[in-house]
Design a protein around this ligand. Sequence first.
Ligand code: HEM
Length: 501
Amino acid sequence: MAASSSLLALCGIATFAISLLYFLPRRRQSFVARSYPPGPKSPNMPALDAWIQYQEWGREYGDLVYIQEKNMLILNNFHAAVDLLDKRARIYSDRALTNTMKVCGADTLLSAQQYSDKWRRNRKLFQQIFRQSICNRFYPAQYKKIHQFLHRLTVAPEEFMQHTTSLSQGLIYAALYGLDIGSEDPFSQKAVQAANLLAQAIVAPFPAIERFPWLRFMPPWFPGCGFQRIAIGCVQAIKEADTIPFEKAVDNLKMGMGTSLVAELALENEGRPTEIEEIKSMGTTSFLAASDTTLSSISSFLLTMTQHPEVQSKAQAEIDHVIGRDRLPTFEDRLSLPYVESVYRELMRMHPPVPLGLFHLSTEDDFYRGYHIPKGCLVVPNIWAMNRDPNVYPEPDKFIPERFLNSPTGPFTKINNIIAFGFGRRVCVGRYMADNTVWLAVVSVLATLDLRKAKDNEGKDIDILGEYCKTFFRHPLPYRSAITPRDLQARNLILATAMVD
Ligand code: HEM
């Protein structure tokens, strides 16, 4: 009995051991495979202000919120975003490109391209142009456009929103093509038209082609292929936006009317049609990626300063002390102005232009914090929520530059800490240029102008609600303000500089 029971015990132990070896990994895997991160079941997906609802879900379910029926993972925590999108970038750097976007020509734009050799080649071209070490090549265009902005704010202050649009759109044409183009110009209208058509295609994909991808090869008259007309219009608009400023820049170079970055690149690549097409697309992508984002940041700055005169005064006192009153700020002043830097950092924290960044797509099954993240998962970095994490930023809805000024590291930390620029291998490729543009606009406005609330007929302040549009690119809705030069000296400085530029 003792012998047989010990034999049984041994068999039992052996069976258990074998089961451990054989079954456990499978059981573990199937257990883990079922444990997706928590999240709401069949929720109504918000169309507007989605980042607020996602942040709400974050409070209920935690840092990771998974919407199973959409295979979508919302990241509400900075460290989780870095762990996945940065440290595991190899499998989290794809983009979801619908068939509709493909037929509309969106795959010529770097930001929409799938993680592929084509993307790598194009990204290299962007990095060659926008990398930090040579960003000073944009300084002349940045000074010129921002000084022009100050001038316009001085002579027609009530049109401040229009001036901000002109600055944001005109800067890319000046920096890349050497062209002086305003937002009314047909060049930028073309690119805006392309952007609008693409936006429609993204928001409302064509159901027929999403179901039957082969329809892309059929003509517009084929039953169910009416979408082809819209798609052809979109491709045409992108092509024109690509070609018109490119040819103008090349012509200018050939006729000795001025050189530019794009024209020089075109000359270097003469006779290489693929490279020429990529250079053209680089220009259009830059325009589309830069104009709305820069517009959003600078508009948010103007609004925030109007709401916070005490911050303005403090920043102006710093500028007066460091720079004085008889010249405009330059990039060389940046490291001497910690409070201005803190204003800029707090602006980028509170008002990320793209609150949900651009979605990444996973290309392999993954496990993280005990959860399974399936291949093909749409990963949404909720930059809005990360920037309002009360554990990192106490009183997150208040504009407090001192949180950066008095932090142990101080305000001058590396640009990767500005999470408004996104994550990992898809992080904003134009971020060094963008950072310089927004900073220079911030410091130049503070140095020369006072931003106050407008007054009504009785001389009382008109309240500013501080409302924002609720769509993908977040920017302030129209409001009234009073923008005036700080004094006669500032006015003369603005007018004199605009004449020299
Ligand atoms: C305040 C200004 C800007 C902000 C806040 C901003 C923000 C962003 C964000 C959040 C992304 C997505 C990153 C990700 O996928 O994780 C992005 C991508 C991109 N940005 Fe920016 N951006 C700005 C200005 C610019 C400028 C000036 C340029 C170029 C001239 C630019 C070019 C691009 C491009 C090409 C991509 C796509 C990169 C890729 O998919 O590989 N951006 N940007």
